[in-house]
Design a protein around this ligand. Structure first.
Ligand SMILES: [Zn+2]
Length: 445
């Protein structure tokens, strides 16, 4: 955005965080401005406050977008998602390992074609933004072309995305395998091409331990050693069958997490998808290492993988960073509102209550903190990049009648998470630019 672009002011109810809702009463963690303004300049938030105080002080020429009756908050962060699986979401009848064989691997094969990869990357990013998600940790395929296609489309939209080439050198179809060395070399070239270029960030991405040799995992660790700002993403303990498989492949290691740890992959900016069946000792290790778990409750329910025990992972004496992930196509919804819904249900199955402000935190500032991106995204603080999601609690008849009875903003958030989806996203802003609603989506903004 050029410096000459006029300032922009958004009016509505502001959702700011006063603190961490897992460390203080959740209702007090939200700092609500019921009639407020977010002032944006050059793609960044420069001020927030009451409309009554700021309205007469706006710089001349400031554009005002009125979202009265809507909630203005940070864009959602999806900490675990596979863009190449966008086309095979909602595929019937399998659990994890057979679902990969039957649906995912044949589809991922198609991403050697840059044209196809670009087409899906574009549709996927449009869908993310229509759902109010402005940052995601994204798995591409084994093909470097799939990574170039994704980052090119993300760069075109100026979105802050984290993505990487999947590493797989065994236990997968030949057409989806690299080698330890070719995976390393291709990743290295992609890091040079994309990491920290504009808003793009690279994640070293071994798919999961069963599809990588010891040599490939060690080289993934060597890639991370080349820069402290790189991310790492992989899967961990999604199902019990997977855990048994890993134990048979790596009998010398203490645990599944220890396989990754031995390769130097357990560190800050490492994101482990699922961890449904994680044990106490490994939670201690995650706490000490400062890595993050991407909790993917929608996917876990869809594939019958189990229910992650969120509050056990957040136990105060050894708290682990946790963010929410949609895990498309294991998950069947991109909406982080749906992720908040399913996280509530997963907590219920452990007889714990996930407060709506806590759920909202996991999808916004808590995720930014888990990823080490709190200085850039995830909250409405001056200096932060203006990636915003405007939520409309009155967007459908069912939601509107429930929202009319809401007793608090937290209750509105709960209603939104239980009853909302992309229709509740009134607008999405990326670096202060309102995103066009793609053709075919329900609402024009
Ligand atoms: Zn996944």
């Amino acid at each position: 955005m050029s410096a000459s672009q006029p300032d922009l002011a958004l009016r509505g109810t502001l959702l700011r965080f006063r603190g961490d809702p897992f460390e203080m009463p959740p209702d007090e963690a939200l700092d609500i401005e019921t009639d407020g303004i977010v002032l944006i300049r050059d793609g960044h938030i420069v001020e927030t406050g009451p409309f009554a105080r700021l309205k007469d002080r706006l710089p001349p020429g400031t554009g005002l977008h009125d979202y009265s009756n809507c909630l203005i908050g940070p864009g959602f962060i999806d900490a675990h998602v596979h863009y190449p699986q966008f086309g095979v979401i909602a595929s019937y009848g399998e659990q994890l390992l057979s679902w990969l064989e039957r649906y995912v691997f044949p589809e991922e094969r198609r991403f050697s074609d840059p044209g196809y990869a670009t087409q899906i990357a574009s549709a996927f990013l449009d869908a993310l933004l229509a759902n109010g998600t402005t940052t995601a940790c994204v798995y591409c395929t084994v093909h470097p072309e799939s990574v170039d296609a994704f980052f090119s489309e993300s760069q075109r939209r100026n979105t802050r995305m984290i993505a990487g080439k999947v590493l797989m050198d065994r236990n997968a179809p030949d057409f989806l395998c690299d080698t330890a060395q070719s995976g390393y070399d291709q990743s290295r070239a992609l890091i040079e091409r994309w990491h920290d270029r504009g808003r793009q960030l690279y994640a070293v991405t071994p798919r999961f331990a069963p599809t990588s040799t010891r040599e490939q995992l060690a080289l993934a660790g060597a890639l991370l050693d080349t820069s402290g700002t790189l991310f790492m993403q992989t899967h961990l303990l999604e199902t019990t069958a997977e855990e048994r498989w890993v134990r048979s492949l790596f009998p010398e290691r203490r645990s599944y997490l220890d396989v990754y740890d031995h390769a130097g992959l357990v560190r800050p900016r490492s994101v482990f998808g699922h961890a449904v069946h994680i044990h106490d000792a490994d939670l201690h290790r995650c706490h000490d290492a400062g890595c993050a778990i991407a909790h993917c409750p929608t996917s876990n329910a869809f594939l019958g993988s189990g229910a992650f025990d969120l509050f056990e992972a957040l136990r105060p004496d050894r708290r682990v960073h946790v963010a929410l992930g949609s895990d498309i196509g294991g998950g069947n919804a991109l909406s982080m509102l749906r992720g908040m819904n399913d996280a509530y249900c997963a907590a219920q199955s452990h007889d714990r209550r996930l407060h709506p402000v806590q759920a909202y935190w996991l999808a916004t500032l808590g995720a930014a903190r888990a990823l080490g991106l709190e200085a850039s995204i995830g909250h409405l603080t001056p200096g932060i990049e203006a990636d915003l999601c405007i939520l409309d609690p009155f967007c459908t008849p069912v939601l509107a009648q429930r929202s009319a009875r809401a007793e608090s903003v937290a209750d509105l958030l709960f209603a939104l998470s239980m009853l909302g989806d992309d229709r509740a996203v009134r607008a999405t802003y990326v670096m202060g630019v309102r995103q066009p609603r793609p053709r075919g989506w329900a609402r024009e903004t």
